[in-house]
Design a binder for this molecule. Sequence first.
Ligand SMILES: *Cc1c(COP(=O)(O)O)cnc(C)c1O
Length: 369
Amino acid sequence: MAEAVVDLDAIAHNTRVLAATAGPAGMMAVVKADGFGHGAAEVARAALRHGATWLGVASVAEALALRAAGLTAPTLLWLYPPTETFEEVLAAGIDVSVGGVEALEVLADTADRTGTVANVHLKLDTGMSRGGAPAEEWAQLFSWARKFENAGLLRVRALWSHLANAENPRNPRLLAQLDEFDQARQAAAAAGLEPPILHVANSAAALQLPRARFDMLRAGIGLYGIEPVPGRDFGLRSAMTVRAQILLTKRVPAGTGVSYGPDFVTDRETALALVPLGFADGVPRHAAGRASFSVRGVRCPIAGRVSMDQVVLDVGDLPVRAGEWAVMFGPGKAGEPTVADWAGWAGTNPHEILTGIGARVARRYESIR
Ligand SMILES: *Cc1c(COP(=O)(O)O)cnc(C)c1O
């Protein structure tokens, strides 16, 4: 009844646009949260075929799922609990982000016990105050990393950081983060660490901030075709269309209350169409009253509250029949709303709209080449 059609050619195109900005280590395709809802393995395959060199995910489970799907490209993960011991991670040849000495010790210990070498990316907090080692801990982190590296237990492959304000290239907090990263590099070099890869840039930074590009970029939202810099168009192509078949239509008189409440009462005779997508599928409840779908390229507002599994559209005098498609969002080329429209209606960002599309919505892949 409902499907998310993923255009792998758009993923390929976006990869080429982003990878053109990349330094010598190339581009990491960030496929966390099931590829922002698009399907991690499918997106990873398309991106690797068109210029991506690395894969990036949040969790151990996500990284192992990529390996289970047959993806052998260099892969970085950056979130794990303090109880993680990394046996499977090291056996699968997955790189680990490390922002503290404890995790370094655990990795070195597991590498020692299992006869492997742990590949680590030292994560530095340069001012976002989220993950990574704060500046006071850098010296200690670098010296332990160097020690374990000398013992042949781990290899420091990268220094990295994440930016909190990459959308505006003149944001003072952003520039302070880049200065702080330079400090970190110097401190690492002084401790004898000069890893081959420095990576800082997300999609927005890669596209408009050459100073942040270093050796590799980590592309998430841009890979999925959402323009990451407000007001700028880098020619990215939105990769996902979410749509559902209209299940029934009915004509109702003026004064008809629709859905729970009702919050919505028809002010004229009109037609209603029932669409099997609700808040469990990622239609934000909060967007009712502003949001619309498109049917035959015509915008049709949601009438009344969003239910868990369904919404009702006010289709007016469109001669719509059951079985026709109602489009929640798509590239926007045929009158349908975009992910950015939904983000505006729901007061959130496009990332939350994309990752909110529920598992019940079947993913289907289309690719011309
Ligand atoms: C999600 C994520 C990215 C991708 O950022 P975009 O702005 O979506 O390109 C990059 N790096 C890290 C650490 C992330 O968590």
